[in-house]
Design a protein around this ligand. Sequence first.
Ligand SMILES: Nc1nc2c(c(=O)[nH]1)N[C@H]1C(S)=C(S)[C@@H](COP(=O)(O)O)O[C@H]1N2
Ligand SMILES: [Mo]
Length: 218
Amino acid sequence: TEFPRFGLPRFAHLLPKPQASWRLPLGGDAARSVEIGAQQFRSLARVEQTSDFHCVATWSCRALRWGGVRFRDFYERILVPAIGPESSARVVIFRCLDGYTVSMLLEDALEPDVLLADTLEGEPLALKHGAPLRLVAPRHYGYKSAKHLQAIEVWRDYRNYRYPTFGFVEHPRARVRYEERARALPGWLLRYPYRLGMLRIMRQFQAGLERHSKDSRR
Ligand SMILES: Nc1nc2c(c(=O)[nH]1)N[C@H]1C(S)=C(S)[C@@H](COP(=O)(O)O)O[C@H]1N2
Ligand SMILES: [Mo]
């Protein structure tokens, strides 16, 4: 099956520039903040994982093969030693190169199947699916799987955080098995408007990709 590029419509035409190398600032409530590069990332154990991907707008993609490192491993071996987050830290904020931002509960991000991925189907992660580095959180709706990671922050609360559209469309957990599509609205009710809007958003992202590849050939 085809795995479309998708997201909030306002990011459909905002593909970041391809990066030759990457730096990832880490921060939050902790007194220290640091930047890590691909070098430190390479010291972590690599994993391959095949998992399904469920977008809140009702499309799914089965059995995607991701490669990268476990977020949990990254957290314990790089993030904690580098910045020493507050013991009361509860929230992780992922900021992205296209301007997208999303949060996860720290306990959800530490699940063993949450990856920082840099390969898909055995190939280096393409810009289409979130290069240079993206999150993959299979038990949560796709909107938690932040693409084009720019920075990771660990906070006690949501004070420094705003979802890029209306806050109620983000559920703090967004677990697929409980159909937590959004905060304050029943998940089943949202299936219908989301399904209606889905094809249009797919076309917008497809157009964004086509324009980007035309521009980069010039
Ligand atoms: N940077 C960024 N990450 C994002 C989004 C986005 O618009 N920008 N959209 C989210 C949504 S809603 C979905 S369904 C998935 C889609 O991932 P894909 O484009 O690889 O299919 O990315 C998520 N991560
Ligand atoms: Mo989505």
